[in-house]
Design a protein around this ligand. Structure first.
Ligand code: UDP
Length: 239
């Protein structure tokens, strides 16, 4: 039987820091990183070019520490470094599975990661390397969602796959409201108008203005990254 044909040739996968938590309250669960790495490997085996934007919320979120009294810029810098730690963990997990990777940080940290250089990132992808982006955009007051949208545009990814812990975008929070209904698809503008929590408004606006679709899907179901890449009808398509 012929191998299934992916719907996208180049993707940007947005992984929140939370995706690495597993059963932990904080930090990195190595077994969970390994599971995600295996899923990424399965997609890579389809010949898809994969860039990943790594979040850091499992370790620190700037806004939270600011509310406890730390200066916002300092807090965000800590958040940026948290994403680098996650990137190291994911890189290790992928390389243990034999996947060739490159880690690119938006903050110069040369002993650990390459600096982000757009053309070099594209070259890595063309050579079949999985590229892990960390340190968001390297500036405070942003999120890794916005960084995901910007980098996806820069590298000409065809889609952002936004991994979450629910099955897509709902009318309300499905964790707290049993009556919440999932959208099969929804326009960016309606996400903004309804104030739905998909990605932050800056990220959604960037996607809207540049016709970049987002697929919001549940990472906790095994095989879902591959299903999304194969164009199966999972999650919510934001367009
Ligand atoms: N952050 C930042 N600039 C960026 C991206 C991230 O200052 O371009 C900081 C910010 O403090 C944020 C933290 O890094 O709270 C972790 O990123 P994020 O909250 O987006 O991670 P996720 O929610 O995806 O785990």
């Amino acid at each position: 039987m012929a191998a299934p044909k992916p719907a996208f040739q180049r993707i940007l996968l947005k992984l929140s820091g939370e995706s690495l938590l597993g059963k932990l309250a904080n930090g990195i669960d190595v077994a969970t990183a390994r599971t995600i790495a295996q899923e990424i490997k399965d997609v890579h085996a389809l010949g898809v070019e994969i860039a990943i934007m790594m979040g850091g919320g499992n370790i620190i979120r700037g806004q939270r520490v600011t509310s406890e009294g730390l200066e916002r810029v300092a807090a965000d810098q800590m958040g940026l470094l948290a994403t680098v730690m996650n990137g190291i963990a994911l890189q290790d997990a992928l390389e243990k599975l034999g996947v060739v990777t490159r880690h690119m940080s938006a903050v110069e940290i040369k002993a650990i990661a390459e600096p982000f250089i757009r053309r070099r990132a594209i070259r890595h992808l063309e050579k079949g390397r999985v590229v892990i982006f960390t340190a968001g955009l390297g500036s405070p007051y942003f999120t890794t969602d916005t960084a995901a949208a910007l980098r996806a545009l820069e590298i000409k990814a065809q889609v952002i796959l936004k991994a979450t812990k629910v099955d897509g975008v709902y009318t309300a929070d499905p964790m707290t409201d049993p009556g919440a209904k999932r959208f099969a698809k929804i326009r960016c503008i309606d996400v903004l108008k309804r104030g739905l929590k998909v990605m932050d408004a800056t990220a959604i606006s960037l996607c809207k203005d540049n016709d970049l679709p987002i697929i919001v899907f549940n990472l906790r179901k095994r095989g879902n990254i591959k299903r999304a890449v194969l164009g199966e009808d999972i999650g919510t398509r934001v367009y």
